[in-house]
Design a protein around this ligand. Structure first.
Ligand SMILES: [Zn+2]
Length: 212
């Protein structure tokens, strides 16, 4: 798949630090498999990616190529020790910031603190808006404690990471990824890298977002 041949090395260059061992796998296997749930784009284990072959993948909210980039990122990430939301957020950060260029360093919030203002021409946050996810934590389908909306992972976390990179520390995504890969992730890391606790940084991010 030409997309993979050109993007796998680019993703490795973004996230991999040569001092790490081992390096990302030299080969990646991609298979198509039928997942009954059309919201599942794919699944990755080690260097094996399974992409959902179901026709019903909703292209306006889950663009196929972005799914491929997301899963390729998981291959580069490898086995990591750290929060799942961050692992998934980094994969969406790569797909939507560097590949599709639709990530933005803020969430657009309405007066009730819900995502607002995205139509399906912007797939990045549209699905979250439609699910009425509130980034302060409230979410009908899943319990996330108030003030810890970054735990939504995926696109919400991707926007947060982009904001951190732009405003706090340019290398933060690579550094967080390395910390998880080398089993050195620790909640105190946020203060060291970005100058404040994770919850405090999230609060700043929402405050900035509310002005858009
Ligand atoms: Zn994933």
């Amino acid at each position: 798949m030409p997309l993979c041949e050109s993007w796998y090395p680019r993703i490795a260059a973004l996230l991999y630090e040569p001092s790490q061992t081992p390096a990302p796998p030299a080969e990646v296997v991609i298979e198509f498999k039928h997942f009954d749930d059309p919201r599942v784009g794919g699944f990755t284990q080690n260097a094996r990616i399974q992409l959902n072959s179901v026709d019903a993948l909703l292209p306006q909210v889950l663009p196929f190529e972005a799914v491929v980039i997301h899963e390729l990122t998981h291959v580069v990430q490898g086995v990591q020790v750290g929060p799942q939301w961050l692992y998934e957020g980094i994969a969406d950060y790569v797909a939507y910031t560097h590949f599709l260029h639709t990530n933005q360093p803020f969430l657009r919030l309405d007066a009730k603190g819900r995502l607002h203002g995205y139509d399906n021409s912007n797939p990045f946050l549209y699905s979250l808006q439609e699910k009425k996810i509130a980034p302060n934590g409230a979410y009908a389908e899943r319990h996330i404690p108030a003030g810890k909306g970054y735990r939504h992972g995926y696109t919400v976390t991707a926007a947060f990471l982009y904001w951190l990179e732009q405003n706090k520390r340019p290398e933060i995504v690579r550094e967080l990824n390395t910390a998880m890969k080398t089993r050195q992730y620790h909640p105190m890391l946020w203060k060291k890298l970005a100058g404040a606790s994770l919850d405090a940084l999230w609060k700043q991010f929402l405050k900035v977002s509310a002005s858009y």
